[in-house]
Design a binder for this molecule. Sequence first.
Ligand code: ADP
Ligand code: MG
Length: 698
Amino acid sequence: MADFSQTDITYLAGVGPKKAEILNKEIDVFSVEDLLYYFPYKYIDRSRIYFVHEVDGNMPYIQLKGRITAFETFGEGRKKRLVAHFTDGTGFIDLVWFQGARFIEDKYKVNLPYIIFGKPTMFGDKFNIAHPDIDPYINEEERPSGLMPYYNTTEKMKNHFLNSKAIQKIMAAAFSSVVKNLQETLPEKVIQEARLMDLKSAMRNVHFPENASLLREAQYRLKFEELFYIQLNILKYTAERKSKLKGFVFSKVGDYLNSFYEDNLPFPLTNAQKRIIREIRQDMATGEQMNRLLQGDVGSGKTLVALMLMLIALDNGFQACLMAPTEILATQHFITIQEFLQGLDVNVELLTGSTKKSDRERIHSSLLTGDLQILIGTHALIEDTVQFSNLGLVIVDEQHRFGVAQRAKLWRKNVNPPHILVMTATPIPRTLAMTVYGDLDVSVIDELPPGRKPIQTIHQYDKKRGSLYDSTRKQLQEGRQVYIVYPLIEESEKLDLKSLEDGFEHIKEVFPEYTVCKVHGKMKPKEKEAEMQRFVRNEAQIMVATTVIEVGVNVPNASVMIIESAQRFGLSQLHQLRGRVGRGADQSYCILVTPYELSAETRKRIDIMVESNDGFEIAEADLKLRGPGDLEGTQQSGIPFNLRIANLTRDGEILQFAREVAQKILEDDPQIEKPENLILRKQLRKLSGNRYNWGLIS
Ligand code: ADP
Ligand code: MG
């Protein structure tokens, strides 16, 4: 049997070289198989025909049956429009075209029966339907009925007459010729166990649904399959990595951790911190290399956990390093950790882009002798010149700012790869974590240190700036400090944003009795650092900044976070920014300043922020509002594929089930080499070849 997946789409009736080229370029469809996997994005029920007198303004798409009584043209040039007066005997409605008038007038005739389909809208005091679909009315049996699929098409496709309907036609051609050769892509066993529809029926019903319940079954089968192969691949890859790579065994806890715990621990650990440390300690003792993601909301105390884990590495004769995305953060970690370790005999150094050459050389050589035990720094840590004598643990803070390639470089810093822990405050919803980080173990710190008062979040319209400044002044008078964040650095007329520079001048005028400092991304690292330090030392009470302060800055005395033009920020970014306050014992406030006019979606975002302090809840809401493709950070954290039919927000249960089925198969046949699993092997090879970039997952 010919390999059907290779069949070029030009083989299909109605697809010439020009159309094929557009399908190639616009939607990546080359073969008949590609076409089959181009799924409709929605379906509209065409089983019912309405009467014109029933039409009202709230209807979605409807069908009417009747005749055009006359055509009329209005306007000139670009404003020209063609109107067809249409009636079914119960009333009149106008059909309107703003383009293609000549074609329409040629094609459709006055007084012939047609079925028209479209969305009625109110225009003046009459209803009309713009650019309706029109089909000749033949007879009841032959008219389009049931669920009508809609395919996404681009502007370019439409210009070449490749609209949704045309795709459907090409699809029909595929079904009448090649699809009978379509081969099943899941083993019989899986189909039985998961009670799935077979592939051929699923494909037929997803493109030409017989009825709603068959459509649901078809969609379920295809979603399952998509998620199943992703899980199978990730789980197989993980198992292979674990069996191939030998990890260091951190078998004991010794003097470093014990004396820190007994003499230096500044506060009791939270239960979550204790649990995580225990969990990770066990993981680092198994002899397998650890590759773990630690999620913990802002302020949950990840730094302390990181330090204690590094001390365990030291106790087992290894070096450890901690890498942060910015110089400010690395420096802050360095200072914090030095304070934590005061009086203990641990050798810690800081390495960043601005470390002096002589210091750098000293650090390089003491790393090689093993005298230097903990190295903290930025990307500078992963340069090839940085060589360790025995690196056992790497901790990466705020992981989403590091690329996968950079992480991979860290792996090569020792003969065996060190244990790796990536820490992030951007909570990744479970479904997403399972898909993207299927091979990472995930730990979650789900508790904040005690005594923290939940931050109060307030939505304020920018017209009410007066009262906002009054309450801010009260906080300043009580000795607190204030952040004010702006979305852009320079005035942009187009976006009508408050510029940071304007804001800076304005704030200085409003609060002449206080010192205001300013930080933004275009400053040199040295300047930025100096301004930051002024705020840390409370030489400046107000910091005006862009989102550069988003990650990790820790000034417990700051109790007010004002976010200007909050409507411009995404949910997780707002949550990150808010996390800069509420780090001390004082009641803290986050004020979201927006104009009065807001879109419904923005209002919802702001409401979620006002109602919830829980990073996970916010991340889930974000995923729901924006869809996983947009989720902040996923781009950088490398979600390597677009799902074609499954939806991570809605199909969590299918994902979970698919993962279990995949797990079971691998337990029984880790290499996927049994004859009954031949299909799996073939499909995995095929998928790794084209659709997903698996190499990125690690
Ligand atoms: P994040 O998880 O956002 O990196 P940090 O590690 O910066 O959080 O911790 C936030 C603040 O909480 C720091 O000032 C830290 O010293 C403090 N902290 C950490 N653990 C505890 C604890 N168990 N009890 C009280 N305060 C803690
Ligand atoms: Mg942190």
